[in-house]
Each structure stands twice: as C-alpha cells, then as structure tokens.
Design a protein around this ligand. Structure first.
Ligand code: FE2
Length: 202
C-alpha cells in the first residue's frame, strides 16, 4: 500500500505581497529618507502585527548561525525584505548597513544595542539595550545611527524578525566592527537559493 503524504496547505502570503506593493508605492511617492522610515515603519508594524503569512522554509533556524532569508527584492534594488531567524544565544557582531533599515519582530523578541564612535575611533554603546517584542519596529541608517548589534531576545526558543532595507542588503558591501572600531568588510548574501512565491493569487 502506498503511503499517503499529508497535504499541507500553503500559507497565504497576501500580507507580504500587499506590504511589498505599499512600500514600492511609498518609495515612488516620497523624496526624503525620513518619510520612508516613518511611513515604512507603520507599514511594517502592520505586517508583523499578524502572524501566519511567512512560509515555514523562511522561519527555519540553524544551529550554526542566525539565518537571513530573502523574501523579496525590488526589481530596481531600491529595497529588500528579509526574515532573520535566531536560535537561542545567536547574535550579530557590531555592524553597519550603509542604507536605511527597518526591523520588525514577528515571533519571539530581538535585543538591539546601538553603538557610537568616539574621537579615537573606538565604539561604545549608545543608550540602553532595547528589547523589541512582537509587533515592535526599530529603524537604523546612515542618517539616524547605523551601528548596532542584534541578538535573539529569547533564551528558550527561536525568534523571527522581518527586516526591510533601502537596497539589496545581501549584496551591499559593508562592515562588522571590533570594539576598538577596526572594520572588517563583509557582504552578507542570503541563506536561501529560492524565493517564496507571493504572486500566486486566487
Ligand atoms: Fe543590522
């Protein structure tokens, strides 16, 4: 007798499709980065307020390191949307972005520590560490402070956050930093080779 595979219904990715459309319209319609950050934060807050639209393949943690899955890249590389998936204990080094960025928490929590540069070039924490819970959105970028370190805010399970950047972030040449300010060049790439199909509409 043949085994019968369970039929797994695909998740409805419409919220992500709508978000991508709205963000493209926003970028078409405004001139200044602060307008993108303000209105884009509201759009992202709406996206992460409701779970259930992210396919499981893009929420899969790895024991090796945090995962950055590309969900969508604008055809003109004006923005990209990624899911960050953190296992307990995982964190980034201090790093920059070189483009604007928005961080929204979909599951679990994310800890964010900003940094600033002293005259001698070294980096020190700027303000208190922030714990971003589900539904919360934070912003980074060259105009508003571009250095931070991000970690899973949960010690008992994975967390998933949705990040949006003002470029094709996996291809942006940027840097991680030691505490003394020494930069190390990196291009992050993405963990996935295929994208979720968000355009298959009923
Ligand atoms: Fe970052």
């Amino acid at each position: 007798m043949n085994a019968i595979s369970p039929i797994i219904a695909p998740v409805d990715t419409a919220p992500l499709r709508h978000f991508v459309r709205r963000l493209a319209e926003l970028i078409d319609s405004v001139r200044h980065q602060h307008e993108i950050l303000a209105s884009g934060s509201a759009l992202l807050a709406r996206l992460v307020a409701i779970d259930g639209w992210l396919p499981d393949d893009y929420a899969e943690p790895s024991a090796t390191r945090y995962q950055q899955y590309l969900l969508h890249c604008d055809s003109r590389e004006r923005f990209s949307v990624v899911s960050f998936v953190w296992a307990p204990g995982q964190a980034t080094p201090i790093h920059d972005h070189r483009v604007w960025g928005l961080v929204g928490v979909l599951r679990g929590a994310e800890r964010v520590q900003r940094y600033r540069r002293l005259d001698d070039g070294s980096l020190v924490p700027s303000g208190e560490e922030v714990l971003l819970e589900v539904g919360k959105v934070d912003a980074v970028g060259p105009d508003i402070g571009d250095l931070h370190r991000v970690a899973n805010g949960r010690s008992d399970g994975p967390s998933v956050s949705i990040h949006v950047y003002g470029g094709n972030i996996g291809a942006v040449e940027r840097a991680t930093y030691a505490a003394d300010g020494t930069p190390k060049r990196f291009i992050s790439g993405y963990a996935n080779r295929v994208l979720p199909n968000i355009w298959d509409q009923p």
